[in-house]
Write a protein that binds this ligand. Structure first.
Ligand code: ADP
Ligand code: MG
Length: 484
């Protein structure tokens, strides 16, 4: 009865008239020249009635009845037919409403799924912001100590171990930042030409505690094979790519609780490079496979975060690459990454000019204000290696007191401190000495308002956790400011 299915009525036929007038039309088909009516006559029918079915003011079709008698439609029949057509109209309307309702529901479900996904991301962002501050401080202490230790070590193999700690702390800090970026869709990462085979080797080395040390402690054997063929250089962030591979290797190890074979290959494909991480582990069902890139999706209970693959997915997308999985339950899993090769026009920036610490300025007097003991001590120790004199203070008021009673060349202050913020401290110091360079210690979690920074007279940003060389370089810039 839907319009598309209705008999197309000629305008001069009884049906056409009924539709046009929105009135019931009853005729003797003998008196009509229409094709349909002619067929009725052949069947011996002598009364034909077309009753319009009107839904929301528009006719959607006609109810057609025929009789073998002549003039079969009297007032009673006419009324009954109008009533029947009205009922049909209501039924048709309800059917339409129902299908509209169904498609609205389907749309609602899609929207709801999107909202849930967005909600997950928002929760993730809040969670990350909440832990970022503490996490950065913990990592800052580890990193600072590792770097200090490295500067006093002469033994190469010890140095190598400390470097692993250092890199782990830096990667950890970058992870916090990336989780936040991932939920904010913001990216300010630095890209460079990357030899993915190097990244693979680093990730393998980096995960050794997992596939070798822990495996042998658990009495199992994971056979690791790395085959890096000729692999074109790709454009990306080595730290992020290392994290992706680390995630894939850790997942593969998790999938082989009884041991097995883990092999990683890389090489050339199409216009870029590929890396495959394969395991002979438990594999995944189709259901699991469809959800592995969702944030928080894990089959590992409280042992899993469900973030490894969602973060990896985000990273690979930002790199304009692809990540695909093939897996069979009880057989194993293969993750394949493909990354575009470096393009000619992406000229690689010259490596940063790392002046040897010895050539740096030494002997400056620096005030460090931070409410976290571990942080101010690490910073003080880093500065001390360049023979700067350091005075520390645990909050704003104490810092100002020390500033008034001493002679300083630069001040480093934390931003978030109870009572007096880093901005307040900076304003007070600039009142006392407008030319004093001030560095603001910021967690990666905090985004600093540039205007506010400018108003408070902050000259430099010092991101936590500190990188040894960067801190010393920043001190040099602060001293250069001082001399201007
Ligand atoms: P997590 O490792 O914290 O669970 P991930 O995002 O890294 O979070 O992985 C999500 C889920 O994907 C895992 O819980 C697991 O079910 C599945 N998975 C990932 N890698 C593999 C693999 N190599 N073999 C089998 N299952 C895997
Ligand atoms: Mg994981």
């Amino acid at each position: 009865v839907e319009p598309s299915q209705a008999v197309v009525a000629r305008i001069d036929s009884a049906m056409g008239l009924a539709i046009e007038s929105q009135q019931q039309v009853a005729i003797d088909p003998v008196n009509s020249s229409g094709e349909y009516e002619r067929q009725l006559v052949q069947l011996g029918l002598r009364t034909f009635a077309a009753v319009p079915i009107v839904v929301d003011g528009s006719p959607v079709g006609t109810l057609n009845l025929s009789w073998t008698r002549e003039s079969a439609v009297d007032d009673d029949v006419r009324e009954a037919l109008d009533t029947l057509a009205a009922h049909l109209a209501v039924a048709i309307k309800n059917t339409r409403l129902f299908s509209e309702l169904e498609s609205a529901l389907a749309q609602l479900q899609v929207t709801q799924e999107r909202l849930v996904q967005a909600g997950k991301l928002e929760a993730l962002g809040e969670l990350a912001a909440g832990v970022a501050h503490d996490f950065n401080n913990v990592l800052g202490a580890i990193l600072g100590r590792a770097q200090l230790l490295k500067s006093c070590l002469r033994d190469d193999s010890l140095c190598k171990n400390v470097e692993v700690i250092e890199r782990a702390a830096l990667d950890g800090a970058a992870t916090v930042r990336r989780i936040q970026e991932f939920s904010r869709h913001r990216s300010d990462t630095e890209y460079q030409g990357v030899d993915i085979a190097d990244v693979v080797r680093e990730a393998v080395e980096y995960t050794q505690p997992r596939w070798l040390d822990r495996a042998s402690r658990d009495g199992i054997h994971i056979d690791v094979q790395v085959e890096c063929g000729e692999t074109p250089r790709t454009w990306g962030n080595p730290q992020q790519l290392r994290e992706v591979l680390t995630n894939l290797i850790n997942n593969a190890c998790d999938a082989m609780p009884g041991g097995g074979r883990l092999w990683i290959t890389s090489g050339r494909c199409g216009g870029g490079a590929y890396v495959e991480v394969s395991d002979t582990g438990v594999g995944m069902s189709a259901e699991v496979r469809s959800r592995i890139f969702d944030p928080f999706f894990t089959t590992k209970g409280s042992r899993g975060s469900g973030l490894g693959l969602s973060v990896s997915y985000g990273i690979i997308q930002q790199h304009n690459g692809t990540i695909v999985v093939t897996s069979e339950e009880g057989v194993g899993t293969v993750f394949r990454l493909e990354l575009p090769a470096v393009e000619e026009r992406q000229a690689e920036p010259a490596p940063p000019d790392r002046a040897a610490p010895a050539s740096r300025s030494a002997g400056a007097r620096i005030l460090v204000i931070d409410d976290e003991q571990a942080i101010r001590e690490v910073l003080a120790d880093i500065l001390a290696t360049a023979e700067h004199g350091v005075v520390v203070a645990e909050d704003g008021p104490v810092g100002l007191e020390r500033f008034r009673s001493g002679q300083f060349d630069a001040v480093f202050t934390d931003l978030g401190m109870p009572g007096m913020s880093g901005f307040d401290v900076a304003r007070e110091i600039k009142k006392l000495d407008p030319g004093m360079p001030i560095g603001l210690l910021t967690g990666w979690g905090a985004s600093v308002d540039e205007n506010e920074m400018h108003d408070a007279g902050i000259d430099l940003l010092v991101p936590k956790p500190f990188k040894f060389d960067e801190v010393l370089a920043l001190v040099d810039s602060a001293l250069a400011l001082r001399r201007k």
